[in-house]
Design a protein around this ligand. Structure first.
Ligand code: FCB
Length: 457
């Protein structure tokens, strides 16, 4: 941990580089029973005993639904030029099909218009995990019909917001929905079935492709893509068993999503591993999934180390860990970006999430989170290093704007660059937010002399 703020990363980012902060609907909005919103699978999941570390839920969260204007001013105050948010599907279409909820649509219109009025580009995600609970009663993502419901949802939202958002991502981290939601079962909807998880992953990818096609057919001008959680996967030792296990894990985490999206097929080693638990694929599905995208969003937090002997203990690595127990490994971000660039014909890339949970304390209105600032600065530098080696990066977004509901960890883990006092809902920018604002200001100034010179000519 440093005692002074880290120097600004020196890579010359282009003037049109997208700098943002990110959130998601269920994690910040609260107001889960307000104005006609339907239940999501996360509302139902939180009601199960013992699944959320602190027994909490999303019913209040950061109360963002009621504090939209204040939060928009907060975002603008950071000096970012982009804000990544997600739409709560059950807020705009309570049962996931049929009737739309005007109050919900109006909320997101106010959000998008409020961003544009402040000169901030809206980056919308359609599915950041809060599937309408009504769809789960008929199988949720395991049911192929949900794919078509999702496409209808995408079309409906595009009709209201598509002309004003800069970008639409179909899904956030399909691996999490499929694996944590349906195989390990630690996230909603809490199913533990490997075959169901494989089918869910296929339906998520298929719905991505079909939504892309439908949005383009509607004339949507927003840049279209998907957001994946990716990491370099490393073997714990040089033993053949560890290397083999790491290769399989790389297949399940990265190639299972990247190969169908960019190469038109699932990796054979993972199909072989799944055997009869592999997904049912219909004719034409793979072509649909592989439609060209305008961008790929990558959420990066750490590397993944794999040992054939069982779960690997990050504490043994000697690297610093965040409060999530995740290793701080910025060089892994450069490695990952170079690998994606080399192995796949990737479109322009964004880091759509990057940040850390740390033990924060608010003292006299200040949160001295140098560890978080160091984390962010090191990862921005890692993006710069990848760009110097030719990777087509066009944006970076910090996770997260606010401390928020961190899924199964509840409110115990704080990722925000802005502190939230949940008792009063007071927002206090942490030192990391002050640093990010100063960094972005320095970026602007770095480009200013050139602009002045051009104007004078
Ligand atoms: C990602 C999620 C995001 C947040 C961060 C810490 O997997 O997309 O919502 O929980 O992790």
């Amino acid at each position: 941990m440093t005692t002074t703020a880290p120097a600004f990363p020196t890579h010359p980012f282009p003037p049109d580089f997208v700098w943002g902060v990110a959130t998601s609907s269920f994690q910040i909005e609260g107001a889960t029973n307000k104005d006609g919103r339907g239940d999501s699978i996360w509302d139902s999941f939180c009601r199960l005993p013992g699944v959320i570390a602190d027994g909490s839920d999303g019913s209040i969260a950061c109360d963002h639904y009621h504090r939209l204007d204040e939060d928009l001013d907060l975002i603008a105050g950071l000096g970012v030029n982009a804000y990544r948010f997600s739409v709560s599907w059950p807020r705009v279409q309570p049962s996931g099909s049929g009737a739309w909820n005007e109050a919900g649509l109006a909320f997101y219109e106010r959000l998008v218009d409020g961003l544009l009025a402040r000169g901030i580009k809206p980056y919308l995600t359609l599915n950041h995990w809060d599937l309408p609970a009504a769809l789960q009663t008929s199988g949720g993502w395991a049911n192929r019909d949900t794919v078509h419901r999702f496409v209808d949802y995408a079309i409906g939202l595009n009709a209201r917001l598509g002309d004003r958002v800069a970008s639409i991502a179909t899904h956030n981290e399909p691996w999490v929905v499929a694996f944590l939601g349906h195989e390990s079962g630690i996230f909603a909807p809490g199913i533990k079935d490997r075959a169901v998880a494989a089918q869910v992953s296929h339906h998520l990818l298929l719905s991505h492709g079909l939504a892309l096609q439908a949005l383009r057919a509607q004339g949507c001008k927003a840049s279209l893509g998907i957001v994946l959680n990716l990491a370099p996967v490393q073997a714990a030792t040089t033993s053949a068993e560890d290397i083999e296990q790491a290769h399989l894990e790389d297949g399940r985490l990265l190639r299972w999503y990247m190969d169908p999206l960019f190469k038109g097929g699932y990796p054979q080693d993972v199909l072989d591993f799944l055997g009869e638990d592999g997904p049912r694929i219909e004719a034409g599905d793979m072509q649909q999934i592989a439609l060209p995208m305008d961008f790929l969003g990558i959420n990066y937090y750490s590397r993944s180390v794999v040992s054939a002997a069982g779960p690997w203990d990050a504490k043994t690595s000697g690297l610093e860990l965040t409060e999530m127990g995740w290793e701080i490994y910025p060089e892994g971000l450069t490695q990952l970006l170079l690998r994606l660039h080399q192995d796949y014909a990737v479109p322009p890339l964004y880091i759509t999430e990057n940040g850390g949970a740390f033990k924060d304390s608010l003292v006299d209105g200040v949160v001295k989170d140098d560890d978080r600032t160091d984390y962010i600065a090191a990862h921005i530098a890692a993006v710069g290093a990848a760009m110097r080696q030719g990777v087509p990066m066009c944006g970076y977004m910090v996770w997260s704007l606010l401390d928020n509901f961190e899924w199964a960890s509840g409110y115990e883990k704080r990722f925000g660059i802005v502190h939230v006092d949940y008792a009063t809902q007071t927002r206090t920018p942490k030192d990391s937010a002050v640093w990010y604002r100063a960094f972005l200001r320095a970026q602007q100034l770095a480009h200013a002399p050139l602009n002045v010179a051009l104007t004078e000519v």
